[in-house]
Design a protein around this ligand. Structure first.
Ligand code: R5P
Length: 283
């Protein structure tokens, strides 16, 4: 068994390599002067089970994944597992308006071409797994996020909307605290409304857990609401920290006490490792 980490998922690949006792394949990657990507796998992968790990965000990382998959296939690997810590385009999982693509399906179709199985983490909605024409499963980062939050004396975990309720229910069991949800209405891609809800936030340490922080709008509104209701400390935790534009500034201005994300998207808030959630699939 060999592991290949694409440039978007180096840390996850290194962690998995240690956890599974499987070597990291040696690769060379570079960009041509016109910015096209080049990759070469040095080790002999013929007859091997190869696990390729690559987050498909932002867009250029998708191309790198396709090239890695093809290189491994051309090298004669026996089995190709593709681990996608953060599967980009998952939120366009249907045609919301006539004429739109089902972007998640378009991505899944192409990734399936050179994969015997796909594993991803906390997809926005589970049904996107059906878009893959190869076996596809997901795992949840919630246990690892909850272990981190357990050290923070959390009194209450909150979902920013009802759709995320199961996630906080799960986290609350690990942390040993209460759970609840906020009432969110999305107006458009950048505007949301968090309606006041009768929450007892007074003097509490509260963690809001979501699958994604993108513009930070959802979390910022939630934090403001909780602070209005007298919360002592508000932690925001997510699986996929995209932090688009001025998201971090928005969260801090809203009064956030700590930002926590996993390393499905590598960044300065990647305080929680995702490899322990993925490793069991290969044991
Ligand atoms: C939406 O339903 C997701 O679970 C997240 O709440 C959303 O994608 C976060 O986006 P933003 O950070 O832009 O508010």
């Amino acid at each position: 068994m060999y592991i290949i980490g694409g440039t978007a998922s180096k840390t996850v690949a290194e962690d998995l390599s240690k956890m599974l006792g499987a070597p990291l394949a040696n690769t060379i990657s570079k960009r041509f002067p016109d910015d096209e990507f080049y990759v070469r796998v040095i080790d002999d992968l013929s007859g091997e089970h190869v696990i390729i790990i690559q987050t498909t965000y932002p867009d250029h990382n998708i191309v790198e994944l396709f090239l890695l998959q093809n290189a491994v296939d051309e090298a004669g690997a026996k089995e190709i597992s593709v681990v996608i810590p953060y599967f980009g385009y998952a939120r366009q999982d249907t045609k919301f308006e006539d004429g739109e693509p089902i972007s998640a399906k378009a991505m899944a179709n192409l990734i399936s071409l050179n994969a015997d199985r796909v594993i991803t983490v906390d997809p926005h909605k589970e049904h996107i797994l059906d878009f893959f024409s190869t076996s596809a499963v997901s795992c949840s980062a919630v246990p690892e996020l909850a272990k981190y939050l357990k050290e923070k004396n959390i009194d209450l975990v909150l979902a920013p909307d009802k759709g995320a309720l199961e996630r906080v229910k799960h986290a609350s069991k690990i942390i040993g605290c209460d759970f609840d949800y906020m009432e969110k209405t999305r107006i458009d891609g950048t505007t949301i409304e968090i309606k006041p809800k009768k929450l007892n936030a007074q003097n509490k340490n509260i963690a809001i857990i979501d699958d994604i922080i993108s513009t930070g709008g959802t979390m910022a509104k939630s934090i403001q609401e909780l602070k209005k209701h007298g919360a002592k400390n508000v932690f925001v935790a997510c699986t996929h920290g995209l932090f688009a534009g001025d998201a971090v500034k928005k969260l801090n201005s809203a009064g956030c006490n700590e930002i926590i994300s996993t390393d499905t998207v590598q960044g300065k808030f990647s305080k929680v490792k995702i490899a322990p959630c993925i490793a069991p699939f290969f044991k």
